[in-house]
Each structure stands twice: as C-alpha cells, then as structure tokens.
Design a protein around this ligand. Structure first.
Ligand code: SF4
Length: 273
C-alpha cells in the first residue's frame, strides 16, 4: 500500500531557495475536487495514507475539512509544514484525525534561515523557540513528530541535532539537496558534494535519524492541479490527472521506482553515529 503526497497549493508564507513547489498551478482546487482525488486514491485499493503538503498546507482554507475527510475513510493522515501557522486551536479541533506532523526545518540558526529564504517577508523564521512553543500540544494530542532537513550550501556546517536532544522526535529525515530545474527555476547555487553532505551527517548524530540522498520517483506527488508528477530531473512533468482518470490508470504509466520506495518505508536508520 502506498502513501501519496497531496500538494494542496504552491503558495507559501516562506520563500525558501530550496523549494521545489513550483507546479504552475493556475488556481486552487476546491475542497470538493480534493475530496474527489482522495476518493480516487481510496478506491484504487493501493493507497492507505495521504500526506498533505504544499506550498504551505496550513494556508489552504479547507485543510481541516480534508484531514477529517481522509480520516473518515480510514486513511492515515500526515501533514508536512514549515510550522509557522500550526496553532493550538487547530490541533484541539483536528488532531484526532492526524497521525503525524512533519516540520520542514533546514536550520535552527535565524541568520542562516533568512539567507536561505526560509522566512516570511517580515523575516519571521521557525526556529527552536517556535518549535518548542507548539511541541507540548503535539505530545498532548499523541501526534507523531517528524522533522525534515534539506542539507545544502548554506547549512551543511551547522550543528543541528543538539537542539533535538531530550525531545520526542519520531523521525528526523536528513536529505541532500536535490538538483531542480524546470526551465524557469533552478537551484544550482545550493548544491553540495557528497563529502559536504557526509560532513553534516557525521556532525549531527541522532537516534531516530534517517538519511536519504535521492527521492527520484520513489514517492507520489499530486501537484496543486491534481496531477501525478514524474519527479525525475530528466522528465519532470505530468503523468496524468486524478480529477479525470482513475489512479490505477495513471499509475500504470508512472516510471515508479518500487524498490526505492519500499526501502524508504522500511528503513529506520542508515548513518547514525
Ligand atoms: S516552507 Fe516549504 S513550501 Fe514554503 S517555500 Fe519553504 S520549502 Fe517551499
């Protein structure tokens, strides 16, 4: 069974230079259109989990309704967010539908975050203080906590993991920045060598850490237009629309790396020191 990432929108209150949420979406899909897509996934018999992503999913006005809907179909629900818009009030209302929240945190250093664009227009960042403000409510509601960190030219020398010591973080996923170029946007100035990536990995041990260096076609991206994307650098584009076609028909045309997908969802630790 698969977990599928639903990128509800490409808009975000942060403007990270590592961001690959550039889907060329013309409009927001309605809540009914997203429910149709969730139904489509559920009825395929191949999907048991959805991950709401963006852009920043907490900017989608009906995130709570979608979370409730997916949960009502017994799909496992997770959310990946920059953290800045997660509130106690939202958690009190919808946490019972959510299995895990992943926080996308590339740096706990405010200056580095700002250099990477991981901040709002008024330079609001999401650092350790902001994370610790919301952390007790995540524990109170029994939500699993994941942190994703993309290692790049600006943060590969950072001492990061000591901030997590003593916290109940279920998974800290560390990724090497992936080359991105869709013709309009590229991130070539952020790329690092394998040696630089390993320098970060060595300096930042953590018990629940997972290290990955490739995500190409080993996960399902439904973009803000409702299309399944091929996310390999040489063929970045649409495989098909889940608004107009059945998931299984679109999936049959997807150049999917099943072995890599399965290894991602079974491994717990690769490089912990
Ligand atoms: S917080 Fe996430 S979605 Fe927003 S700009 Fe950064 S990487 Fe993109």
């Amino acid at each position: 069974m698969f977990k599928v990432n639903l990128h509800l929108l490409e808009g975000c209150n942060f403007h990270c230079r590592t961001c690959f949420a550039h889907f060329d979406s013309k409009r927001l899909l309605s809540v009914e259109e997203w429910k149709h897509i969730i139904d489509n996934l559920y009825k395929s018999g191949q999907v048991n989990a959805v991950n709401f992503a963006g852009g920043e999913p907490f900017l989608y006005p009906h995130l709570g309704e979608l979370v409730e809907y997916a949960h009502s179909l017994n799909l496992k629900v997770s959310i990946i967010t920059n953290g800045s818009l997660v509130t106690k009030a939202w958690l009190d209302k919808y946490a019972h539908c959510v299995d895990m929240i992943g926080f996308s945190i590339d740096s706990f250093n405010r200056n580095i975050s700002i250099t990477m664009g991981r901040c709002s227009h008024n330079k609001q960042t999401f650092g350790i203080d902001e994370f610790l403000n919301i952390y007790p409510y995540l524990l109170e509601h029994n939500i699993k906590i994941k942190i994703n960190t993309v290692v790049n030219k600006f943060n590969y020398k950072e001492q990061f993991s000591h901030n997590l010591v003593g916290l109940k973080i279920d998974r800290w996923k560390v990724l090497k920045v992936k080359e991105f170029n869709n013709g309009k946007f590229n991130n070539h100035d952020l790329l690092i060598t394998m040696e630089q990536f390993n320098e970060f990995v060595k300096a930042n041990p953590y018990k629940n850490r997972i290290v990955e260096d490739s995500l190409v076609n080993s996960y399902f991206v439904i973009d803000a237009n409702g299309n399944l994307l091929d996310n390999s650098p040489e063929a970045y584009g649409t495989v098909g629309s889940l608004l107009t076609e059945k998931f299984n028909d679109v999936f049959s045309r997807f150049n999917f790396d099943r072995a890599l997908y399965e290894s991602r969802y079974t491994k717990t630790e690769l490089h912990a020191a």
